[in-house]
Design a protein around this ligand. Structure first.
Ligand code: NAP
Length: 224
């Protein structure tokens, strides 16, 4: 797919993977809109528009989509990237009240974004939804019961939605990266943080996949 002049929306684009992904799309000539809860976009590159919108609030995501359609007339690619994490802990020590927040952002944030993007894509009869999940949405991991559960839910949603849409003019892709050095771990860094991937490497892999004639529908990205 040629990304030039494509209108791309990325949720959670103020930091981490979303921020560098926005730059990769920009380099390829796309028009990029990112959102975040805080709406604070430090050093936002010229050409990228930042909007305050929380993915757990369907009305805010609807307003974001409306703004993009008003400004650009279409949505070519919608990336559900916003996500949160919980420090690794055994089940007994996991704060299951906070796990509800994981589900709200990692599952329902992806659901609302997909639903709202799809409504526009059905009207225009083209579009691509890219859901950033995690290898934690494919394999269970010790001390990650809560995070894995939220990501497995997003995997189930994404795989099912990919089958539900026509798959030709409108497509749904899942991306499953391994660990990356991002702000996701600001609260507590995992022991192997230093070994995790650079988000720039992951962003390039995602964009290079989209540049292919037939992008991989379930893209797993692990360390080199
Ligand atoms: N880092 C890893 O090891 C890793 C591995 C695999 C997959 N992932 C996934 O990759 C995605 C990006 O994570 P990251 O590592 O780049 O994390 P990050 O550096 O913490 O960035 C997360 C982004 O999401 C935004 N965000 C969080 N909650 C939001 C909400 N409710 N509404 C809108 N925006 C929200 C944050 O901005 P605000 O705080 O301002 O809202 C920020 O821009 C997530 O889905 C994560 O689960 C990460």
């Amino acid at each position: 797919m040629d990304l030039k002049n494509k209108v791309v929306v990325i949720t959670g684009g103020s930091k981490g993977l979303g921020k560098v992904l926005a730059l990769c799309f920009l380099k390829n000539g796309s028009k990029v809109v990112v959102c975040s809860r805080e709406g604070e976009f430090k050093n936002l590159k010229n050409g990228i528009i930042g909007v305050k919108a929380d993915v757990t609030k369907e009305n805010e995501i609807e307003a974001l989509a409306k703004k993009v359609i008003n400004d650009f007339g279409k949505i070519d690619i919608w990336v559900n990237n916003a996500g949160i994490w919980l420090p690794h802990k055994p089940i007994e020590e996991t704060d299951w009240k906070r796990a509800h927040d994981l589900m709200e952002v990692n599952l329902f944030g992806t659901v609302y974004g997909s639903k709202i993007a799809l409504a526009q894509m059905r009207k225009q009869n083209f579009g691509l939804i890219v859901n950033i999940i995690s290898t934690s949405g494919l394999n269970g991991k010790i001390n990650e019961t809560a995070y894995c559960a939220s990501k497995f839910a997003a995997t189930g949603f994404t795989q099912s939605l990919a089958k539900e849409v026509d798959g030709k003019k409108i497509k749904v892709l899942g991306v499953y990266p391994g660990g990356m050095q991002t702000n996701l771990f600001d609260e507590s860094k995992p022991k192997n943080y230093i070994e995790l991937m650079d988000p720039n490497f992951v962003a390039e892999k995602i964009v290079n996949n989209l540049l292919e004639k037939k992008p991989v529908e379930e893209l797993i990205i692990k360390r080199r």
